[in-house]
Design a binder for this molecule. Structure first.
Ligand SMILES: [Zn+2]
Length: 295
């Protein structure tokens, strides 16, 4: 094996993880249910076998995925086709030309405005594209093998889409969670981890359902299915870390909104986005965080 050279590919994940143990070899057996033993390192994201070109290609692919995520976020709750018609300006309804529809770049070149009417385009579009680009490179770098990488990428995509639809509509769609749960179980089964994935999905759903019954509010039925989806993908201990972080984040945000009087005591806190954010952290660092509590 030739000596590893420090190139862009090696630097990027290290920057991403603040350099925390990016080169630690992964202990055997680590990883989500669909990728047990394929995690490249305990804390870092880094595989050193990614070249600069590979990182660039993945980032572009991820940005295109992010562009698709924007369409899904925008159109799926409205029950309109996500394929036709093409993207239009939200202000003047003029179809957006292909040259003006390049992820991230078009937004920067047009300075966040529509070419025809000059109306403001939300900065969220390029941010979602950028987020998916980063997550794509991160997943590729964190896991080995085509199937685990596809599973990780699908999971990251689902978490991003669910987060923004929930923020917009306070809704977690069955049309995302049901196929998502099935996909998570299939990927986990393909990796010989169907039992932990099933137990994690059922356990997480039961826990959220119990909280829902006890608290009578704050969360909705969609959160139960989201928890099952996270369990189906992450398995144990990832699902526990995701729920724990989700409760922490949801609680902090909820208390903050109350304190700032942005929300009343009766309003729902955005628990779905908190849970999804916790799940993304658990995707990359689940076992490492779990090891703090169950060494
Ligand atoms: Zn316009």
């Amino acid at each position: 094996m030739p000596p590893r050279r420090p190139d862009a590919a090696a630097v990027f994940p290290i920057v991403l993880t603040f350099g925390v143990g990016a080169r630690n070899p992964a202990p055997p057996g680590r990883g989500p249910a669909w990728g047990r033993g394929t995690r490249m390192s305990a804390w870092g994201l880094g595989t050193a076998d990614m070249g600069g070109v590979e990182v660039a290609v993945l980032a572009v692919f991820g940005a295109i995925l992010g562009s698709f995520a924007n369409v899904v976020i925008h159109r799926l709750p409205l029950e309109v086709s996500i394929v036709f018609p093409g993207s239009r300006c939200p202000h003047c309804q003029v179809p957006i030309r292909a040259v003006d529809n390049v992820p991230v770049l078009s937004y920067l070149l047009l300075r966040g405005r529509c070419r025809s009417c000059g109306g403001r385009i939300s900065a969220r579009y390029p941010l979602v594209e950028l987020l998916m680009a980063i997550l794509t490179v991160a997943v590729w770098s964190a896991f080995a093998g085509p199937l685990p990488r596809m599973a990780g990428l699908l999971f990251a995509f689902l978490m991003v889409v669910i987060t923004f639809i929930d923020l917009d509509h306070q809704l977690i769609l069955n049309r995302i969670t049901y196929p998502g749960i099935a996909a998570g179980l299939l990927f986990s089964a393909a990796h010989g981890q169907i039992v932990p994935a099933l137990l994690s999905a059922a356990g997480a759903a039961a826990l959220i359902a119990a909280i829902l019954v006890l608290s009578r509010g704050g969360m909705g039925g969609g959160d139960i299915k989201l928890a099952a989806l996270i369990g189906a993908f992450l398995g144990w201990p990832g699902v526990a870390v995701a729920l724990f972080l989700g409760f922490m984040a949801g609680g902090v945000v909820g208390i903050g909104l109350l304190a700032l009087r942005l929300r009343g005591r009766k309003d729902a806190i955005p628990f779905g986005p908190a849970l999804a954010a916790g799940a993304l952290v658990a995707l990359f660092w689940g076992e490492a965080i779990a090891a703090w509590y169950w060494p």
